[in-house]
Design a protein around this ligand. Sequence first.
Ligand code: FES
Length: 64
Amino acid sequence: MVNLTIDGRPVQVPEGTTILEAARQADIHIPHLCYLKGINEIAACRVCCVEVEGERAMVTACNN
Ligand code: FES
C-alpha cells in the first residue's frame, strides 16, 4: 500500500494506482478529458495535470 496526501486528505491505495484513481477514492474530483480506463490512457489532453511535491513540473494524474 502507498500512503499519500491529496489536498490535505490522507489516502491509502495499492501500489500502481494512478493519482486520478487515488483522488477519486478520496472523493476529490480531478478534471479529466481524454482518459478512459483500459481504452485510452495516453495522457494526451493534459487537463488532469496536478502538482506533486518534489516534482519540478506538473504531472498528469491519469497516468502517474
Ligand atoms: S485526462 Fe487527458 S491527460 Fe489526463
